[in-house]
Design a protein around this ligand. Sequence first.
Ligand SMILES: [Zn+2]
Length: 309
Amino acid sequence: MYAIDRCPCCNSRENRSFPAIVAPFISDYVLGQNALRFCKLVECGNCTFRYFDLRYDEKETAALYRNYRGESYYLARHRHEFWYRRKDNDGIGHNADEIKNRKDFVSGMILPHLDNSKIVNVLDYGGDKGQFIPEGIGANKYVYELSDVLPLPGTVKLNDGNIHDHRYDLIMLCHVLEHCSDPSGMLGKIKQLVQGTTFFYFEVPFENYPIPPNWASAAYERYLHIIAGAGTMVVLCDCISTVSRLLLGRFPRWGFAKLHEHINYYNEKSLAELLLREGFRIIACKGDDCKSHSHIARKIGCLASFSKQ
Ligand SMILES: [Zn+2]
């Protein structure tokens, strides 16, 4: 992993940071280390973006996502996180209610602002089988997906070899940017697909939980180092922190933030800051609550456009 000292959204060096832990699952499965590793949860003083100072390099990103939610991923994760069940692993992205909620939210973000008759080709970048593209949007549906899943009937699966063969009216990038070590680099990649003007729909989870005041204290940092030395305590504390985050939407005072797959925590301001800095024009940006299959998941949707001369 490599460390960054600037905000990935606005490039500011002004920030405050809190001690955090690299998830034991990540240390084992991605980094191949048994020892617990510390990191920092950083909050940008300018755009309020929250992020971890440590980032995955290319090799580590490939190791994490190569067999994403496959058998070896599940077994390694369950070994470190006993509360992570197989039904959670297999259900993510495939629960009918969750898919409907996500599609309804996307439609609600797009339809009031765009002339739907002009949206013909829709690409969901990193969109699994294409199940998150709303039925009423776009006559031709494409999905760029590196895993070996089969696309839904009527959806064309693309890869690096043929993604540039089409002109897209709308590109969706949903639940991707929170995973990216270099969000600007990711946006640069999808901007290469623009011909003329292309509309974009971005969606990220909203995970800006209030940070307990004691996390800024030296006592809290000492406490983290003490529990790090007692394996069972870390697992217990990790479990309590995770349950509190997912069910109550807050970190417990004596819990901790852990660097897992989401290394970026956006809010509307920081997401907008990132998109504007990358040259996008923002049309609409809003947050929403959504009951997912396992917990209350809040998310932010942002409709934007990018034009090339
Ligand atoms: Zn910032």
